[in-house]
Design a protein around this ligand. Structure first.
Ligand code: MRU
Length: 357
């Protein structure tokens, strides 16, 4: 690709997952992407819950941002007295947090909003306006964080330009740009000859449908593979680094991310390939000690037994469908955050990092 091709396909072409548009929450429906790219207008909190639970919006930071705005949908039109409004907010908070258990950004964003709601307010308008400002701040800070992750991680992509990634930790999973994909986009902008192997990411194919779409839409050189091809690509010497996102990183450095991430980390150890994780500080849960304490979301077996609505496996087969796995800290080379790259030993470095935020 020539330099001018790169300029034409600027990063502005990247899709945005969540929009707050004149006090209407609009969510880009990722369930049928890339074929269908429609926006869902959320008119009630149940719409937001459904979007999060069914993965119309997905990716740890994006579901946090959606839930922050989601607390507010339709409340500007209702005229609830202050005490009733506060009760309604607290009911909504509990409800939205229950949509998905593993990504900490969901409860982090909702609890941050509820911290604001617990202040004293003269009237409902004042409370709602303050909450709207907080949701916009959460969204804006995530944009900043993604750009900074890109800045901190770009040197790694210059050093290791043949990257393998899993699931989608790009623009569609956050506010814009991405976490794992941010350093890749930065390197691409600089003219680095970056190439990305995209794991398709069974069962819901976030890699094949979303990451491949994103990378292709801006012109980043990429190759789609099925998940079971990663070892072969590594053995062939085609992978310099694995770079993935995270749904929750706990105090000892254990990383919860999309199911299949652990396989890659084990392979990286075998082939002596660096394994990096990129995430904003809001994904780091310093209050949970180890990966064993992370609740792993178990999803509907039909995601495994069916393909496009058609059953592909025998009737009554036993199915496991954990949406995430936990990579132990000792397999992680480094964590790229907005405040820099955190290195092992993570139980120490994450606490030092926490002190800086
Ligand atoms: O089930 P999903 O699609 O929400 O899972 C998303 C992931 O596992 C991502 O890798 C993670 O949230 C990081 S997003 C920047």
């Amino acid at each position: 690709m020539t330099k001018s091709d790169r300029t034409v396909k600027s990063l502005n072409a990247l899709p945005r997952a969540v929009l707050w548009d004149n006090r209407t929450l609009r969510i880009l429906d990722q369930r049928r992407m890339p074929r269908d790219r429609s926006l869902i207008a959320c008119h009630q909190v149940e719409d937001v819950f459904e979007c999060i639970q069914t993965l119309a919006v997905r990716g740890a930071p994006a579901i946090g941002i959606a839930a922050a705005y989601g607390l507010l949908v339709d409340l500007f039109e209702t005229r609830l007295p202050l005490t009733q409004l506060k009760q309604s907010l607290s009911d909504r908070a509990e409800y939205l947090i229950s949509a998905r258990p593993t990504a900490v950004n969901l409860s982090w964003a909702v609890n941050r909003m509820m911290g604001v709601a617990s202040d004293k307010f003269g009237d409902t308008r004042e409370l709602l306006e303050r909450l709207e400002a907080e949701a916009i701040a959460i969204h804006q800070e995530d944009i900043e964080a993604c750009h900074q992750i890109g800045d901190h991680g770009v040197a790694l992509v210059r050093q290791y330009p043949n990257v393998l990634t899993h699931c989608n930790a790009g623009s569609l999973a956050v506010s814009e740009l991405g976490t794992a994909l941010a350093p890749i986009y930065r390197a691409f902008e600089e003219g680095v000859k970056v190439h990305v192997f995209v794991d398709e990411t069974r069962p819901l194919l976030q890699g094949a449908r979303l990451t491949a779409f994103e990378l292709q839409s801006v012109g980043v050189d990429c190759t789609l593979i099925t998940d079971n091809m990663a070892a072969h690509m590594m053995a062939s010497g085609d992978v310099d680094m694995v770079l993935v996102g995270a749904d929750r990183i706990v105090a000892n450095g254990d990383v919860a991310n999309k199911i299949g991430t652990l396989n890659l980390a084990v392979l990286c150890q075998h082939f002596n390939i660096p394994f990096y994780v990129a995430c904003p500080v809001s994904t780091i849960d310093i209050n949970t000690e180890s990966g064993a304490d992370i609740v792993i979301e178990q999803r509907n077996p039909t995601e495994v037994t069916h393909w496009k609505g058609e059953q592909i496996s025998p009737d009554n087969i036993n199915v496991a469908n954990p949406a995430f796995d936990v990579t132990p800290a000792n397999l992680v080379t480094g964590i790229i955050t907005e405040i820099g790259i955190v290195k092992p030993p993570f139980d120490e470095s994450l606490r030092v990092m926490e002190g800086k935020t």
